[in-house]
Design a protein around this ligand. Structure first.
Ligand code: G1P
Ligand code: ZN
Length: 543
């Protein structure tokens, strides 16, 4: 197979963000853009000669073409083998599992997660290391450095490989193995979750609706929920992956999974509802008339995980990202296990999981996971919930109420101000940062500031330091506001404002979150001057 060295030059804007490189699809399609980034990734990880890589994506527009380019570049760069999901498909957690199962040297995942897909929407690419998890900051820094120095990339001249045919194929000197994207993942789930128990739940008439949002979890959910666990056909909706996610926004939250929310709050609602995102790592969970915030879901899973076979011996510890509510901290304290607070982004959980310091971890952004892979895992969270529902026999609303009665309730909400002019968003954060030292004791609206700082993380495993990870302001009485800029956006800046209020009075655990959070919202807006400084009067998305 002829190889080519193609001359190129650095392209600006190839710095990986919270989760790999995300850009408009049209940007990825520009000449050399994808190739430069792939070559920089290969070089940034010390070359791929003789290595085995796992490759797959969420099936969004350009997934198929990008995989062909990556395979030709992997071959030209001397890779020994690429393991590719059939049709170029792999959910992010399934890719993480495959890297670990096959002891591969790493993997490339093609996805922009929950961002819309299509020619006018978003595309993304990220590298995961041999532990199956997102590359660490040291690796992404090195990849970025290479993008600024690149002078040429290597690519083989070859016809497209037919990705529909399972089995082993040769591609120049490299082998390409095309695997069923679902089978290994389903086998793993069987070892952690009590399948017979869930099967009998469904046999007893339990009704569920799983919204795959036209994204990657469709085939996984059809196989596991309907074929293996016996949920009636039709339990999974929007189950066929489409390149533009049915023109939807594959983000499992009450805004974008509105149809599911309407069903769950409507007449004759099923017992349990769930949804997953573009690449299958996020989840949303909702009971009949009872939406569960991701932060609360992490707390509940922590409290009950021992009911599932994979966690019978208890949890080593738990971790949450800093903006995630402190509900799980309270459960962890009652269990007598450690609770770690990490910066936003799954990559920060990897070291803790590898070192056996934590078993479960999660983020407020609909991400929950455990040590079974090194990514968050949407369907796994749903299965663990089902296992708990089957064991306790209680509805979601009762489980949540029990949790709040035992530990208090952390009312929680996130405001997103999207596509803000980057300079204005930066100026607001700078101004806030500059007054942090003077904030303690200041009264803002009805609340008094108790502590204020910019979060910085010292990894307790490799002692790497990550600073500038969000501004947090704690108020007397259990309220907290966190400000940070998104690291996954593809246009302008997104300001995220996270609001939280702890309530321990048993009589005040069923109040509307908007009402409870009003004081902390007003205090946060007054301290930050977010509205006058950005020209925004309301967030674009509230979750
Ligand atoms: C967002 C979420 C974060 C998550 C990431 C990748 O990042 O907030 O929790 O890990 O997507 O799914 P952000 O845009 O806030 O940087
Ligand atoms: Zn995702």
């Amino acid at each position: 197979m002829p190889m080519q060295n193609v001359r190129t030059s650095p392209i600006e804007g190839q710095k990986p963000g919270t989760s790999g490189l995300r850009k408009k699809t049209t940007v990825f399609q520009r000449p050399h853009f994808l190739e430069n980034y792939v070559q920089s990734t290969f070089d940034g990880i010390g070359g791929i000669e003789g290595k085995t890589l796992v490759i797959g994506g969420d099936g969004r527009f350009f997934n198929d073409q990008a995989i062909q380019i990556i395979l030709r570049m992997a071959s030209a760069n001397g890779a020994k083998k690429c393991i590719v999901g059939q049709g170029g498909l792999l959910s992010t957690p399934a890719a993480s599992h495959l890297i670990r199962l096959r002891a591969a040297d790493g993997g490339l995942i093609l996805s922009a997660s929950h961002n819309p897909g299509g020619p006018d929407a978003d595309f993304g690419l990220k590298y995961n290391g041999p532990n199956g998890g997102p590359a660490t900051e040291a690796v992404t820094d090195e990849i970025f450095k290479r993008t600024t120095q690149i002078t040429c990339y290597r690519i083989a001249a070859a016809d497209d490989l037919d990705l529909s045919k399972l089995g082993t194929h040769s591609f120049g000197d490299m082998t390409v193995e095309i695997v069923d994207p679902v089978a290994d993942y389903a086998d793993l789930m069987k070892t952690i979750i009590d399948f017979p128990k869930i099967r009998s739940l469904f046999e007893g008439g339990f009704r569920m609706c799983f919204d795959a949002m036209h994204a990657i979890t469709g085939p996984y959910a059809h196989t596991i929920l309907e074929d293996m666990l016996g949920a009636p056909k039709g339990t999974v909706i929007n189950g066929v992956p489409s390149p533009d996610f049915g023109k939807g926004h594959p983000d499992p939250n009450p805004i974008w999974a509105k149809d599911l929310m309407d069903r769950m709050y409507g007449a004759d609602a099923p017992d349990f509802g769930a949804a997953s995102d573009g690449d299958g790592d996020r989840n949303m969970v909702v009971g009949r008339g009872a939406y569960v915030t991701p932060s609360d879901s992490l707390a509940l899973l922590t409290a009950h995980a021992h009911l599932a076979p994979g966690y019978r011996d208890g949890l080593a510890g738990v971790a949450r990202s800093m903006p995630t509510s402190r509900a799980v901290d309270r459960v962890a304290a009652s269990l007598g296990i450690d609770c770690f607070e990490t910066p936003t982004g799954w990559k920060f959980f990897g070291n803790l999981l590898d070192a056996g310091k934590v078993t479960l971890c999660g983020e407020e952004s609909a991400g929950t996971g455990s040590d079974h892979v090194r990514e968050k895992d949407g369907l796994w969270a749903v299965l663990l919930w089902l296992n708990i529902l089957a064991e306790t026999g209680k509805p979601v609303s009762e489980l949540m109420n029990d949790l709040w009665q035992a530990h208090g309730r952390c009312y929680y909400s996130r405001f997103d101000y999207e596509d803000v002019e980057s300079a204005k968003a930066g100026a607001m954060m700078d101004a806030l940062r500059s007054k942090l030292n003077a904030l303690v004791g200041v009264k803002a609206g009805d609340l008094v500031v108790e502590a204020a700082d910019e979060f910085s993380y010292l990894d307790p495993v490799d002692w790497s330091q990550s600073s500038g990870q969000g501004i947090r302001i704690a108020f007397e009485g259990g309220a907290r506001a966190v400000f940070r800029l998104s690291g996954t956006g593809t246009q302008g800046a997104t300001i995220r404002l996270y609001l939280e209020q702890l309530e321990t009075d048993p009589a005040k655990l069923q109040v509307s979150p908007d009402v409870v959070l009003q004081k902390v919202r007003d205090a946060a807006l007054s301290i930050s001057q977010l509205e006058p400084m950005t020209g925004r009067t309301a967030p674009d998305v509230i979750t």
